[in-house]
Design a protein. Structure first.
Length: 191
């Protein structure tokens, strides 16, 4: 479905970019549609970036942002507004994707202000021409409840958010049935 949607808006889609770039764009479009973004909204985002000189990764950023925002709980209309505003103020590709990813994550975490207030603030920052680092810092502060993070990292970059179950890596990463993790004094795992 998404490939046809892109084909309608970007007639030379099959000739643009590499096969891998086309696959990534289609994948992000399927994600956005699966997250609940209406096809008309996804099509509008494709149209935003579909100038003759635009590259497929630039289109991918807006589509991914839309999907992340909707998936995080932002309404489809407000999600489209964020992507359109970011695009209007000169953001492309990875920058738009990062705003969508970080704002969608912040809304999904439900820490801090209500979703509409976070979206309003990001829109205000975009309209005032704030740099990506300032917008990322705002979202970072919300997700961390005011805690600091290394400069230039987003909530999704936090290693603590990526750690899976099973304990710390230095202790073997597993627990036995009694809750003991890692290796015993003899160096063998406790299972």
């Amino acid at each position: 479905m998404f490939a046809e949607l892109v084909g309608e808006r970007v007639p030379d889609f099959r000739e643009r970019g590499t096969r891998e770039e086309r696959f990534h764009l289609i994948s992000e479009g399927a994600y956005a549609l699966g997250a609940g973004a209406p096809a008309a909204h996804v099509g509008r985002v494709v149209e935003l970036g579909a100038s003759p000189e635009s590259r497929l990764p630039e289109l991918e950023g807006g589509v991914l942002a839309l999907g992340c925002l909707v998936s995080g709980g932002v309404s489809a209309d407000r999600s489209l507004e964020v992507v359109e505003t970011a695009h209007h103020h000169g953001m492309r590709g990875p920058d738009i994707a990062r705003i969508g990813r970080d704002l969608g994550f912040a809304v999904g975490q439900s820490q801090g202000p209500p979703a509409h207030a976070m979206v309003d603030e990001v829109l205000r920052l975009l309209q005032e021409g704030e740099r990506m680092s300032h917008i990322a810092g705002y979202l970072q502060t919300i997700c961390q409840g005011g805690q600091d993070r290394a400069p230039g990292t987003s909530p999704m970059d936090d290693p603590a958010m990526m750690r899976g179950p099973g304990g710390s890596p230095e202790h073997g990463g597993r627990h036995d049935s009694e809750g003991h993790g890692g290796r015993g004094g003899d160096g063998h795992p406790h299972y």
